[in-house]
Every structure is written in C-alpha cells, then in structure tokens.
Design a protein around this ligand. Structure first.
Ligand code: COA
Length: 408
C-alpha cells in the first residue's frame, strides 16, 4: 500500500476542509407492535434466557401490515425535520440506507421524497446492510463538504421482519423493525462530521446474505427447508460474530486517527446494535469502559441500518450528548461491509428563528398528498379518455405536459 513520506496510510490523513456538515436534526420511528422473547419461544424452540444471555435482546418491534420501510422512514424524517426546523423544500438530498426497500425500484428515498413534498431534492437508496447508515451519512456529508449541496436528510429504515425466516431460531430472535433519520446542513463553523473510514470484504459475501427478492415459488409453504429460502436472510452467526468483534475497535481507531483524535477524546460511541457481547469486545479492544457505548438492543434488537440513528436519538433524549462532544459511529454487517465515523456534536441550529415552521411543514405534507392524488386521478382520466378517443387522449396528454413544463 502506498504511504506518505512519514509512513502513514494516506487514506487515514485528515480530510481537506471545505464547508462543515453539521447534524442539526434527528428523529426516529418504531412500530408499536412488540414481540417479546416469550412470544418467540411460542414460535421456535428457544427461551428468553438463551436470547438475553447470548444477545442482550429482550424484545423487538414488528411492523404492522399497513407499515413499510418507507412509512417508518417518513415518520422518522418528519421528526428530524421538526428538530432541525427546516422545510422539506429546503432539502437538496434524501438518502435512505436500507436492505428492505419497499420496491427494488423506485427507491424508498423517492417514495419518502414525494410524501415529504421535498420537490427540490434528489433521492436514492444505498445498500451497505447494517453499515448502510454510516456509509450514507458520509456520502451526504461529502456532498456538503464539496459545496455541491447545502442540506440533506439521511435515513436508516428497515422492516427486517419481512425478510426473516420465522422458523430459523438462529436469526429470527435477533432482528427488529424501525427507522431513524438525521438532517445535515452546511456551515462555516467548525464541527460536525470530521472523518469516516469505509471498508468492505466481499470474500465474506455468504456469511450474511439475502440472496434474492421474493419469488412466487419460494413463497409457497414448505417450498424450501429452513435456511434455504432465497428471499430470506441467511447467516453464519459464529463467523459474523468473529468478524464483528475483530473490526469494531480497529475501525473506530482508524476513524479517530483520521480525525486526529484519541480514544480518550470520545464522549460516546454509538455502535450498530447487533449483540451486547460484540459491544463489550469492542470496548475491551479499545481499552475503554463499555459505559461509553450506547446500547438499546434490549428493546429493539438489531434493526440493521436503522439501529445507529435510533440509538443516537435515544442518547440525545437521555442527555448523554452535549455540545462540543466528540462522538463515534460504527456500523458493520453483510457485505461484509463496515464503517466508522467521528463527529463533533453541535446540536440544534441557533440561527434565525423560522416563524410558523411547523405549520408550513404540515401544509407542505398536505399539499404533497393532494398533489399525489391529483396526479393519480389525472392519469386515470387520461387512460379513460384514451381508451374512448385514442387521438384526443394523446392530444390532452401533450397539452398537459406542455403546461407542466411551462409552470416548472
Ligand atoms: N435459542 C436456543 N438455542 C439456539 C438458538 C436460539 N434462538 N439459536 C441457536 N441456538 C443453539 C444452536 O443450535 C447451538 O446448539 P448446538 O450446540 O446444539 O448445535 C447452540 O445454540 C450454540 O449456537 P451458536 O451459534 O454457537 O451460538 P452463539 O453463542 O454463537 O450465539 C449468535 C449465536 C447468533 C447469538 C451469535 O453467533 C451472534 O451474535 N453472531 C453475530 C450475529 C449478528 O450480530 N448478526 C448481525 C450482524 S449485523
């Protein structure tokens, strides 16, 4: 590997300074339905004691049939915009980190963009499994630092319950559903995201894998034995555990080096919530107390890309983060992929007050819903007219397109 004259890995040198990307808003959303370990013991051969002592999980949230990754992500995003007190129209970018999108395409980010009424934002999904949130946050932060955009919302959202094989006790006890979001904004003041180190090792591709999207054949009851359904998550728990305990401490150290900080400078670490034993091992490797690691595994299990922003929101609510604190995130999982980030917390913006922010956001959401319904209705009418008078339908469509372009 190429090194600089002083022998340091050039990828761990401090990043060039442009605008700073500050976290100015945060929000989370979890389904209300709770599935306890006792509930699971009625479905598969397991026990509350086994799950708690091996993983630290006591219960998890499960999406109801009317909920989806997009609907949970939308709720988290609205809460984050509330804290940031910015309007959806001010957003330049929406990134959703997820392994359980509502569709292969359109992206879940596009669905959320529409429902937020963020009509000036670009939107895309990012796939890096449980490391996805840190990857996505870094992509958005880099866009801000380069001057290409001024604000972004980054969402981690999952409905893991939809890709779990509920007959496989080795995986179904671990995961849960939820979403978290943060708003990033450009600022001239020092602070915000300082460094990130992203890594991947695709040679571990089969250790944690969702091979394919749902196929009608694989949905048939009894179509495949446990662990063989291609549309369900498959995991080699022992190997993933070994990988995670090895890389978490190392990855955080690399992000600290890049930020020119030391482990003693960290007030808090918000790790991906996979297993309390992984957190304990990371604390041991770093030579720090596990107390500086946030853990809410007990209540939510592993919510994949959503776990870090959910844990962040709860840490803020619990008063565990103060202005000026250096904090670290570390995500790891399928890919294998992992990523750590160091940031300096500046919290809520104290700039110009924005009068009637909440009312204006509510109005934007209502207008977005209304716009969607009008568009649907227009298309249905066009189809109807086309089927009755093919030539008139085409003419009307052309006229509408022309009018829309004139308005935009
Ligand atoms: N309830 C009861 N017994 C279970 C069980 C469950 N839910 N799941 C597995 N077992 C059994 C196994 O069948 C095995 O039985 P055997 O010894 O008779 O074969 C025994 O428990 C030990 O299994 P093992 O896989 O060695 O357990 P473990 O101590 O490694 O813990 C995990 C299993 C999954 C908790 C652990 O490997 C882990 O946390 N891995 C990382 C997973 C992870 O974090 N994935 C997401 C990363 S993003």
């Amino acid at each position: 590997m190429a090194t600089h004259g002083n022998g340091r890995d050039p990828r761990l040198l401090p990043e060039p300074q442009g605008a700073y990307a500050h976290v100015v808003g945060w929000g989370m959303a979890v389904p209300s339905q709770v599935l306890t370990n006792q509930d699971l013991a009625a479905i598969v051969e397991t026990s509350d004691e086994w799950i708690r002592t091996r993983t630290g999980v006591s219960e998890r949230r499960i999406a109801a049939s009317h909920e989806s990754t997009a609907s949970l992500g939308l709720r988290a995003a609205r809460n984050a915009l509330e804290v940031a007190n910015i309007l959806p129209l001010e957003l330049d970018l929406i990134v959703v980190a997820t392994s359980t999108p509502d569709n292969v395409f359109p992206s879940t980010a596009s669905l959320i963009q529409d429902q937020l009424g963020a009509t000036r934002a670009g939107a895309f999904d990012l796939s890096a499994a449980c490391a996805g949130f840190v990857y996505a946050l870094n992509m958005a932060a880099q866009s801000i630092r380069s001057g290409s955009i001024e604000s972004a919302i980054v969402i981690g959202a999952e409905t893991m319950s939809r890709i779990i094989d509920w007959r496989d006790r080795g995986t179904c006890v671990l995961f849960g559903d939820g979403a978290g979001a943060v708003v990033l904004k450009a600022s001239e003041s020092d602070g915000g995201i300082r460094s990130a180190v992203l890594r991947s090792d695709g040679s571990g591709r089969d250790l944690l894998i969702l091979p394919a999207m749902a196929s009608p054949e694989s949905q048939q009851p009894g179509a495949a034995p446990v662990g063989a359904r291609l549309d369900k998550l498959q995991m080699n728990g022992r190997e993933v555990y070994r990988f995670a305990t090895r890389i978490v401490g190392e990855s955080i150290s690399q992000a600290l080096e890049k930020a020119q900080l030391d482990i003693a400078d960290l007030a808090l670490v918000v790790p991906h919530q996979a297993n309390f034993r992984i957190i304990e091992a990371a604390a041991r490797n770093l030579g720090v107390s596990p107390d500086i690691f946030v853990s809410n595994l007990e209540r939510y299990g592993n919510t994949s890309a959503a776990s870090i922003p959910i844990a962040l929101c709860e840490a803020i609510d619990a008063g565990r983060i103060e202005e000026g604190d250096h904090i670290a995130f570390c995500g790891f999982g399928g890919g294998l992929a992992w990523a750590s980030m160091v940031l300096t917390w500046t919290g809520r913006e104290t700039g110009e007050p924005r009068p009637l922010g909440r009312q204006r956001r509510q109005l934007t959401y209502a207008r977005a819903g209304w716009r969607r319904r009008v568009r649907d209705w227009e298309r249905q009418m066009d189809d109807l007219v086309s089927s009755l008078h093919p030539r008139r339908g085409r003419l009307r469509r052309l006229r509408r397109r022309f009018e829309r372009q004139r308005l935009e």
